[in-house]
Design a protein. Structure first.
Length: 237
């Protein structure tokens, strides 16, 4: 079964009323290794890049053989659980800026992500976000077991108003969402990445999109694509 083609076929009708919005998705079943992707292309990260920034901070702490400072912990928590922008700006500066974050990306296996000085405009791909999720939730990772548990735990505790997106595809989720209206067009970027459990399966899932007329319509499409992606892997069993 061609899972990429199956996912593309499942997503195509969901775009019929999307008014030109783009979407890309990548999903991995961590149990049997089945994976699927569709859409392609690069997208603004908006706030999902906050996971990248915390991962880079944890790599630095590992290299220095130390725990996070109280300030680093507070900022990391605010970034992921509440999507605090000021904390993201401060931590990106603390890890060494865009160039240092790109170096962390290379260590984590991300090959198509380029950090912007305005971090929300960082460009990434669904496949790269899947690689990031594997680094956070897998075992073959530059991140230590403690670092993975710390970051994954933050993603399990996002605020109540941000528990949308890939969480629609399963239960026992851990996620980070990103949402941003573009000033040049007024159209919305809507992204969601994370881990979900669907029955006995655990899936890592990234859905990136842009060009939405409203935040709400973008969330609805991202959630529909997330369900389709997990469903395609389920049907392949």
């Amino acid at each position: 079964m061609d899972l990429d083609a199956a996912l593309g076929s499942a997503v195509e009708p969901l775009l019929a009323d999307a008014h030109g919005a783009r979407v890309s998705a990548a999903v991995l079943d961590t149990g049997n290794g089945a994976r699927a992707a569709c859409g392609g292309g690069s997208f603004d990260t908006a706030s999902i890049v906050k996971v990248n920034i915390v991962a880079a901070l944890l790599l630095i702490a590992q290299n220095e053989r130390r725990a996070l400072t109280a300030v680093e912990h507070d900022r990391a928590t605010a970034m992921i659980e509440r999507s605090d922008n000021a904390s993201a700006t401060a931590l990106l500066r603390a890890v060494g800026g865009p160039e240092a974050l790109d170096a962390a990306h290379a260590r984590l296996g991300l090959t198509g992500t380029t950090t912007a000085h305005e971090w929300g405009l960082t460009r990434t791909t669904a496949e790269d976000q899947l690689a990031l999720l594997r680094a956070v939730f897998g075992t073959d990772s530059e991140l230590s077991e403690d670092s993975r548990g710390y970051l994954g735990g933050l993603m399990e505790r996002v605020g109540a108003g941000q528990r949308w997106g890939v969480s629609a595809a399963g239960s026992d989720w851990a996620l980070k969402n990103g949402w941003m209206p573009r000033t040049t067009t007024g159209l919305w970027d809507i992204n969601s990445i994370g881990r979900v459990r669907a029955g006995a399966r655990t899936c890592l899932l990234a859905v990136l999109s842009d060009g939405h007329r409203t935040k709400e319509s973008g969330i609805a499409l991202v959630e529909a694509v997330a369900k389709a992606a997990v469903g395609v892997l389920g049907a392949a069993r």
